[in-house]
Design a protein around this ligand. Structure first.
Ligand code: ADP
Length: 222
């Protein structure tokens, strides 16, 4: 019954997404088609470049969609939240260093959470990727683990570009992005995963000052 519930949930979600994806994909597709027609008469490399980047955009959107739509068997297990975070951070270490970003971690209180490890990794990954993109000239990302009531709270704080009120209001909406190569699916995926884990997501941000993303995940009972 649980499996069935999950599938229906997924279908409904995929259905909603399909409409907006189809819509969003049409625009770059039209551009590519038009330019392909033109490039049959010319060899201007500009057309080639535009076509390539439009194709990349489509690829990225479809890629994210596939992650969501993939009939993955979710495996809920007891996991040390800090371990998952550590695993994701080790992947980012090099990239952060190359971008002049310092990471500070403070593990105040650590808890065992019941979760699908890959999904929680995806959450941390998307948030860290955003923090990195918010710090094009380097800066600092501090991560703190503590407890609020019976929740493990994971705080990601960057001193990057921050968000306008408009961006804050629309964060988590598919395809709302301020990035040239963004697709606005990252935070929607975060939101979806966190709510399927009965957690909470809190985003606070100030333009020019930075952003804090809080994830709350319920700790296991025993
Ligand atoms: P994408 O990264 O593809 O744009 P996201 O859903 O991850 O999609 O983010 C949506 C938008 O939210 C971004 O385009 C950016 O404007 C804003 N955003 C997200 N995280 C941050 C952050 N840490 N600092 C500033 N802006 C952010």
């Amino acid at each position: 019954a649980e499996e069935l519930l999950r599938n229906t949930e997924k279908l409904g979600f995929a259905g909603q997404l399909a409409v907006s994806i189809a819509h969003e994909i049409r625009n770059p597709m039209t551009t590519v088609k038009g330019m392909l027609q033109l490039s049959s008469k010319t060899t201007n490399p500009h057309y080639y470049n535009v076509m390539m980047s439009e194709l990349d955009r489509m690829n990225a959107i479809v890629g994210e969609f596939l992650i969501l739509g993939r009939p993955q068997a979710l495996q809920y297990k007891e996991e040390q939240c800090a371990d998952i975070l550590q695993e994701v951070l080790s992947v980012f270490e090099m990239q952060f260093e190359m971008n002049g970003i310092i990471i500070r971690t403070e593990y105040k209180e650590m808890a065992i959470i019941r979760c699908d490890r890959d999904q929680v990794k995806q959450v941390f990954l998307n948030i860290l990727k955003n923090a990195m993109e918010a710090l094009p000239f380097g800066g600092e990302v501090s991560i703190q683990l503590d407890m609020v009531d019976s929740y493990q709270r994971i705080l990601f704080k960057d001193n990057g570009v921050g968000m306008t009120d408009e961006v804050k209001r629309r964060i988590g909406q598919p395809f709302h992005t301020t990035r040239r190569d963004g697709n606005g699916l990252g935070m929607m995926i975060v939101d979806k995963i966190i709510s399927s884990h009965d957690g909470r997501l809190v985003v606070s941000s100030e333009l020019g000052t930075g952003t804090t993303v809080e994830i709350w995940l319920p700790k296991t009972n025993e």
